[in-house]
Write a protein that binds this ligand. Sequence first.
Ligand code: HEC
Length: 123
Amino acid sequence: MLPLLLLLVSCSKPDPEQGRQNLFLPKDNYVADARRGETIYHDTCVVCHGTRARGSRQGPPLVHSTYHPAHHHDLAFHLAVKNGVKQHHWQFGHMPPVTGVTPEQVSDIVAYIRNEQRKAGID
Ligand code: HEC
């Protein structure tokens, strides 16, 4: 009986860390690094989103008013990498989920993209 009770108790209490993992978010105290993000971006996103996130023939620019932080919150990046994106803003087709990237690395990429957006006057 006791293990069952413990199981019930642990299920009824939402675990914030588990919630973050489900959303593919980094650990709470993670400090993102734009320079690391630039490297990871070039390894995993550049083929579609282009040099300095200016777009390519296979994907849209992320340095674009569409992806202004107020329009596409950082969470959108985490979900895009985890689940992929159905074509809806552009005509490039769907974005497939990207594997082999951690939530922490996505935060690094977001830091890099936000820097590039700021430099382009999108902030
Ligand atoms: C195979 C091509 C491809 C790759 C690789 C790719 N993307 Fe995408 N991505 C797309 C396309 C195409 C869209 C646009 C979908 C639409 O809105 O029509 C998109 C959209 C997005 C969006 C917008 C999501 C939304 O909610 O509208 C984000 C954020 C994004 N990508 C981030 C990334 C990041 C970060 C990486 C690298 C880890 C990456 N993408 C790799 C093709 C790609």
